[in-house]
Design a protein around this ligand. Structure first.
Ligand code: DAT
Ligand code: MG
Length: 137
């Protein structure tokens, strides 16, 4: 067990569907803390850096286009083993595989609109927090 921080996004589909509060409520009820929160529209350069690991994937253009299409909410969330635990609360990447009770399992049906992002490792969390909240964590 370790105290960690992670980057959580409510992506544009989640914001448009009015699910900001739902996602925040699940984070808070679990017992995690929100250390920073910002709503804004991502620019293309930041989106490409955020999803750099997917540059060569066939869905990269669609992914960057979608994440920059409308405002999202970015949060730094902290607590015990928060990185893996938030991945579990989010559910599998493809909502059709996501367990009912998870955010994606409860609210999404297509992989391109899966409501939330969460860092997948301590290295990703550091890199992504530096990108969204430079110099703060
Ligand atoms: P996650 O968001 O669970 O970390 P990921 O890092 O593999 O998943 O992919 C980032 C996002 O890219 C994912 O949330 C939705 C989109 N995506 C992933 N695989 C896809 C695919 N096969 N087709 C379309 N979009 C995809
Ligand atoms: Mg990922």
């Amino acid at each position: 067990m370790a105290e960690q921080q992670t980057l959580i996004l409510v992506k544009p589909d989640g914001v448009q569907r009015g699910l900001i509060g739902e996602v925040i409520a699940r984070i808070e009820r679990k017992g995690y803390r929100i250390d920073a929160l910002e709503l804004g529209t991502l620019d293309r350069a930041t989106a490409e850096q955020h999803y750099a690991e997917h540059t060569d994937k066939p869905f990269f253009e669609e992914l960057v286009g979608f994440i920059t299409s409308a405002p999202l909410v970015a949060m730094c969330v902290s607590g015990e083993d928060v990185i893996a635990s938030m991945r579990s609360l989010m559910g599998a990447t493809n909502p059709l595989d996501a367990t009912p009770g998870s955010i994606r399992g409860d609210f999404a049906t297509v992989i391109g609109e899966n409501i939330v992002h969460g860092s997948d490792s301590p290295e990703s969390a550091k890199r992504e927090l530096d990108l969204f909240f430079p110099g703060r964590f």
